[in-house]
Design a protein around this ligand. Sequence first.
Ligand code: NAD
Length: 403
Amino acid sequence: MVISPKVRGFICTNAHPQGCAANVNQQIEFIQSKAPYTPAGKAAAPKNVLVIGASTGYGLATRITAAFGYGAATMGVFFEKPPTERKTASAGYYNSAAFEAAAHQAGLYAKSFNGDAFSTACKTQVIEQINADMGKIDLVVYSLASPRRQDPVTGEVYSSTLKPIGSSYTAKNLHTDSQVVSEITVEPATEEEILTTVKVMGGEDWQLWMDALNEADLLSEGVQTVAYTYLGEKITWPIYGHATIGKAKEDLDRAADELRTQLSAVGGSARVSVLKAVVTQASSAIPVMPLYLAILFKVMQEEGTHEGCIEQLQRLFTECLYTDTPRLDDDHRFRVDELELDPTIQAKVEAIWPQVTTENLHDLSDFARYQTEFLRLFGFGVEGVDYAAETAPQVDASFSSVE
Ligand code: NAD
């Protein structure tokens, strides 16, 4: 079949296998171009890495950095749609197939589980495989972004919401498919919605993974674990930092504190890592974020400080995880969002924000880049890929599925 993008609102319902593979290979090349990766001081390089949420966005970039920067063995967990004869897989499926092929070719151990990371069965099966193939893990990265979670004990299904807290919030919003800038009003979350968002995107499941690994005696001396968060600034606070998702992210800080105490027994540590805003499947669903990103792209490119997932992860590993002098904030978090939060950058974005309209969108923001990056998430618009060619949706992949 000839595979062209099928965009519905803020999602694209198909993906291009060769385009996704080309994206993965570009990220691998970027990481290799920054070699050598020599941990500074007493820090040891990562050897055995588990990435939960490894198929797209920040989790995929994490896996690529660990494997191709440091030669680490990686176990990836994700929840992606496989292809059928007539339908493409989801992008993360193709990304992971391409990652595994490249890792195996480079002689690196790489195995993946496609299933619900929130379930006990997934944890048990991943841990059995780690025990059989890898031995103790020295880095656990929690990079899940999910709209719902089934509680593994009660079976109850919780949904997360993206709503302000306390009062309704009216803001500029960009409809990315019609390219219209208009106002949206988001009603405040109920107490119940705040709690369910924390249940899905908070730290509980991260802790369950760490407990399960610990019980299986699979955490190595000096193990590190990180979970990702976004803090942002004034424009995004009402819908992110000070909203339902922000509450869930506060719960990651609680979990990190508890995990740090527990892991001190093996000389390990747990930290929340603050990353910048980038275009991913998760962030494109957040109201306000696409317009903020389109403006941010313009401003950061003009300043020469634009970064995507792979640049952020390259810096997280070299400037925070594997150095004796990591960039930490007062809440013990790793920080690599400092270029986005630079006061000059934020002041420029804030100055543009009230002026931007449907008519001047392309002058005052880099919406073209936003769109390009959005389509690339699904393997479209990548240089060197023949999009007119007949393409089979099936690819070679040997992921384990959770029984
Ligand atoms: P993403 O949508 O690209 O990736 C989500 C990953 O989670 C995928 O690998 C997906 O397969 C996996 N996943 C979802 N549900 C799952 C389930 N039930 N079981 C197993 N795997 C599942 O998202 P992203 O933007 O890379 O977000 C990753 C983390 O980074 C999140 O915690 C997010 O809040 C954080 N973060 C994102 C941004 C941003 O701008 N995108 C900024 C800072 C921090």
